[in-house]
Design a protein around this ligand. Structure first.
Ligand code: CEZ
Length: 786
């Protein structure tokens, strides 16, 4: 049993074992939590760098959010043990740590809550999480109803492991005055300057309760005792928990409630779990959330927050899963990226620009501000930095310390989508001051960025790759300074063409000349040096070796150069047909289109660490959805609707049960990848990374709106050009565009020679809906050949 309910706003599965890593996430302005169906949870909050309040039981390395994160028995999670006081039976909610099978199990991923409904021996439980909008706090509700036709005596033990907080200082105890278990620590450090950064950290982790428990335990090792997590000694060996402090011992937070329930009786408890700095903050959390009506108020505020994540299109198609995903979940994921910037303080420049390309469809003002911020960090050479600093004191970290050469490409890519959606051409004249105090308009800065891209090319006219382009781990193609990127050359051409179009509209055709010419040069260079007979090479190494070519036994063909050659216009119709055939026969798999094939099985020192990744994972030949989305966008650009549909639908798991199980993921977000290498590793092919940080979200949303439904802004009009797959006989949508509502109805009409469009009752010569004003309402009927 699985599927969407609540008009698509909730997705439910009935097993904790069929898809053990199936997960859902909630976030707010300051934190994010991802929970698996078994009850494991990974949460982070910003202070201002990402930090944790529930840790692994051993020292964790800090890193970016990774795909396919492993879980283990002691992984942080949110659980509740339940003991039947009469017969001693022990089980746990939602499934971990005891792993006792339930009579009924439901994991419900909702847009605004994550909940489990579980039945054990006549007891019906609900275990539910919600987040407030602005506090770092998890709001948990536990409900139990006795339906067993007899009186039950139970002990309920909410168990929130806190893990290894610090090697310098950690402790825990129950505080009657604060109403909960308080775990204290000092975030470890060694440099004196860090003291001043960290002294105000929220170094405590608290589990606060609405009602005082009968007993508690705060010492992890003693609580587990010899029974381990499956039958903790603290529960098994005594009627009451031991009320044990942790003194420089691993803290934990366990409470005990003894309840007697007659048949039909119900019981409810509420908890708040999260970090805090001091007693005052803890007290504030308590008085805000553990008073009557507070959870309800928080839920209402959260619903309002999510209302901003409402997309600009509601669709109704023959594919109800797609409808639910497109109407509720995809815009939500786009909004997550744009509103909290993936919970980083230094998003990669390309990520920021693409994430906010998505935000242009939801909250254009936010997208605009992000774009201006990015541009204010442009170097005087015209280059864009690897990451954009979002808060004072933020630094470029991790991958942002590695030089990549593609960041300027994303400026016109963002602008094209943003300007189409908003018509806000005034943005181009906005003055932007950089860190040197230089002031230049947006248009002048983008001009400069485009010239920088043109200048960063070799004598053949191919773009230098340095230590990476869009592909982060392609770090050794050009680290000696000579290697070039085929994709970047084509992406430069595409960016220049987009910019030429915008520039010509803005300042006349002459202002665009250099960019039109530059794009032509890049395309010519790609055709002269990268066309390999049936497809475009991925690049040429420092030692002048072309790769991603037919002579390669691994990494023979890469998707990105093919997609962008279609976008940039490098591929003429004949070449387009050839490269599409090559993609179809070599990259298209049962789970979507792979990023490259065959995956590398050994290090290529002239390509880089991408080739060291496990075959079929991540950039080494997975169905890397971000790359698949570029391909999708290119297919819509050239009007290949059926091929596009197959690529699009493969990004979403199900509804077929086998597909869902193989991917192991719920259709509530698009992951950064599904495993590829379906020939070499069929057992794992299709498996989801479960990572919801991905540029895919913005692109997929754009492709749905502008490609599949063909509702794209153009100047002050809306262009109507739907590209439904040929097996759909009809579809409809409500598009919110510049304050107006546009109702679209598309029908297939057998025998019709060409598409025709009727707007507000009038047949149109050109499929452009004009006269759009805020508050207006339009009706568009499209008939397409059947
Ligand atoms: O990060 C993403 C980046 O955020 O990889 C994309 C890139 O375009 C995005 O900007 C393709 O490389 O460093 C690594 O090896 C990582 O695998 C990153 O490439 C990847 C991570 O999955 C982070 O989400």
């Amino acid at each position: 049993q699985y599927g969407f309910t609540d008009d698509g706003r909730r997705f439910t599965i009935d097993s904790p074992t069929a898809m053990p890593h199936a997960s859902a996430f909630l976030w707010n302005r300051r934190m994010m939590l991802q929970a698996t169906c078994r009850g494991f949870a990974s949460a982070q909050f910003m202070q201002p760098e990402p930090a944790k309040y529930a840790h692994a039981p051993t020292l964790e390395a800090r890193s970016f959010m990774q795909p396919e994160q492993p879980v283990y028995a002691h992984h942080p999670g949110r659980f509740c043990y339940v003991k039947d006081e009469d017969d001693g039976t022990l089980f746990s909610l939602p499934h971990e740590p005891v792993r006792a099978p339930a009579d009924a199990f439901a994991f419900e991923a909702g847009v605004d809550t994550i909940a489990w409904r579980i039945e054990h021996d006549g007891l019906a439980f609900e275990w539910r999480l919600a987040l407030p909008v602005d506090d770092v706090a998890e709001l948990w509700t536990l409900r139990v109803r006795n339906r067993s036709k007899r009186t039950r005596r139970l002990s309920l033990y909410p168990y929130f492991p806190v893990g290894y907080m610090s090697w310098m200082n950690q402790s825990a105890t129950w505080r009657e005055d604060l109403g909960g278990i308080v775990c204290s620590s000092i975030t470890p450090y060694q440099k004196v300057e860090d003291y001043f950064v960290q002294r105000d950290f929220m170094d405590r982790t608290v589990l606060l309760h609405a009602n005082a428990p009968d007993a508690w335990d705060a010492r992890q090792f003693a609580f587990e005792g010899e029974g381990g997590l499956h039958a903790p000694a603290g529960i098994a060996d005594a009627v009451l928990l031991g009320r044990r402090d942790a003194d420089y011992e691993m803290p934990t937070a366990v409470l005990q409630y003894r309840v007697v329930l007659a048949d039909g009786d119900a019981h409810e408890e509420r908890f708040v779990f999260g970090p805090a700095r001091d007693d005052a903050q803890i007290q504030a959390l308590r008085s805000k959330y553990l008073v009557p009506g507070a959870f309800e108020a928080a839920a209402a505020a959260y619903a309002e927050y999510l209302a901003a994540a409402r997309g600009c299109i509601d669709i109704h198609t023959p594919d109800p899963w797609l409808d639910a995903f497109a109407n509720h979940w995809l815009p939500r994921q786009v909004y997550y990226h744009g509103d909290v910037n993936r919970l980083t303080t230094d998003p990669q420049t390309r990520n920021l620009l693409q994430d906010h390309m998505g935000m242009a469809y939801l909250q254009p003002a936010t997208a605009r501000a992000a774009f201006l911020r990015a541009l204010s960090q442009q170097a005087s050479s015209g280059a864009m930095p690897d990451g954009i600093l979002l808060v004072d004191g933020a630094q470029l970290k991790y991958i942002n310390q590695v030089p990549h050469t593609d960041h300027c490409v994303w400026l016109p890519v963002f602008l094209q989508a943003y300007l189409d959606e908003t018509g806000d051409d005034a943005l181009l004249d906005v003055p932007v001051t950089d860190s040197q105090g230089h002031v230049a308009s947006v248009a002048a800065r983008v001009d400069k960025a485009m010239h920088w891209l043109l200048s960063a090319r070799d004598a053949r006219g191919l773009g230098y790759i340095a230590q990476g382009d869009w592909c982060d781990p392609m770090n050794m193609v050009g680290y000696k300074g000579r290697g070039v990127s085929g994709w970047l050359t084509l992406a430069t051409a595409h960016a220049l063409r987009l910019w030429a179009g915008i520039r010509a509209r803005h300042a006349g055709i002459a202002a665009a000349d250099a960019f039109v010419q530059g794009a032509r040069d890049c395309n010519d260079a790609a055709n002269a040096h990268l066309w390999d007979g049936d497809w475009y090479a991925r690049g040429i190494t420092d030692d002048d070796v072309a790769f991603g070519v037919r002579g390669d036994t691994e990494g023979r063909i890469y998707l990105n150069p093919q997609s962008w050659a279609m976008l940039s216009g490098a591929a003429d119709p004949a070449r387009r047909a050839q490269l599409l055939a090559a993609v179809e026969s070599q990259l298209v798999s049962p789970h979507g289109v792979a990023m490259l094939d065959p995956p590398y099985t050994a290090m290529r020192e002239d390509v880089g660490r991408l080739t060291q990744k496990f075959p079929g994972s991540a950039e080494n030949g997975s169905i890397y959805n971000h790359a698949a989305a570029f391909y999708l966008h290119a297919l819509y650009a050239v009007g290949d609707a059926d091929r596009a549909w197959r690529v699009l639908r493969a990004m979403l798991p199900g509804p077929d049960a086998n597909d869902l199980l193989q991917r192991g993921q719920l259709p509530v977000f698009v992951p950064n990848y599904y495993r590829g290498d379906w020939r070499g590793h069929p057992r794992t092919a299709g498996r989801s990374s479960q990572l919801f940080n991905t540029g895919t979200a913005a692109w997929l949303y754009r492709c749905l709106i502008e490609g599949l439904f063909g509702l794209r802004g153009e100047g002050d009009a809306l262009r109507i050009a739907p590209q439904l797959p040929s097996h759909w006989s009809q579809a409809s949508a409500l598009r919110r565009f510049r304050g107006a509502d546009v109702e679209l109805q598309v029908r297939r009409v057998p025998g019709l020679p060409a598409m025709r469009v009727r707007a507000d009752g009038q047949w149109l010569d050109t499929p452009l809906l004009r006269g759009i004003v805020a508050g207006g309402r339009h009706r568009v009927d499209v008939e397409v050949p059947g």
